[in-house]
Design a protein around this ligand. Structure first.
Ligand SMILES: [Zn+2]
Ligand SMILES: [Zn+2]
Length: 138
């Protein structure tokens, strides 16, 4: 689905943010891909068209989008953040070798038993991660 700049500006404004040209470009890039890119990957794509855009600015804008519920962050503890234009709850497979992230749908959740003595306030079962090795890395 192609998002026009007007659509994106509306989406950004509804989230309570100012739709700057940079924000629109960052969101458009994220929504156009399914590889759950990090800020560095978005930067590589946008730097020729937006020479004034730094990787840090992209990162901060992606984090701002996450805080406002426009996109989601994939909680990858060993890596820099990766971002997902699809803000609906779904699960991910992460290849431990090439760091590829693939959407998983229709995964049923395991019946997790919390060990006694541990205080876990909340388990975020709307974003479960399965780690493994993809076919290309095998
Ligand atoms: Zn892989
Ligand atoms: Zn995803």
């Amino acid at each position: 689905m192609e998002n026009t700049n007007t659509d994106l500006a509306v989406q950004i404004r509804i989230a309570g943010l100012k739709p700057t040209a940079q924000r629109i470009a960052i969101l458009k890039e994220l929504l156009s891909r399914t590889d759950h890119p990090g800020a560095d990957m978005v930067y590589k794509k946008l730097k020729s068209d937006y020479p004034s855009l730094s990787m840090n600015t992209i990162y901060l804008n992606l984090e701002t989008f996450v805080r406002h519920g426009v996109i989601q962050r994939i909680n990858n503890l060993t890596n820099l953040g990766r971002f997902d234009g699809n803000s609906a709850p779904h699960h991910h497979f992460i290849c431990v070798k090439c760091k590829k992230i693939i959407d998983l749908h229709g995964v049923s959740l395991p019946d997790v038993e919390i060990p006694e003595g541990f205080d876990i306030a909340n388990i975020f079962t709307d974003q479960m991660q399965l780690n493994g090795v993809c076919l290309e890395c095998n």
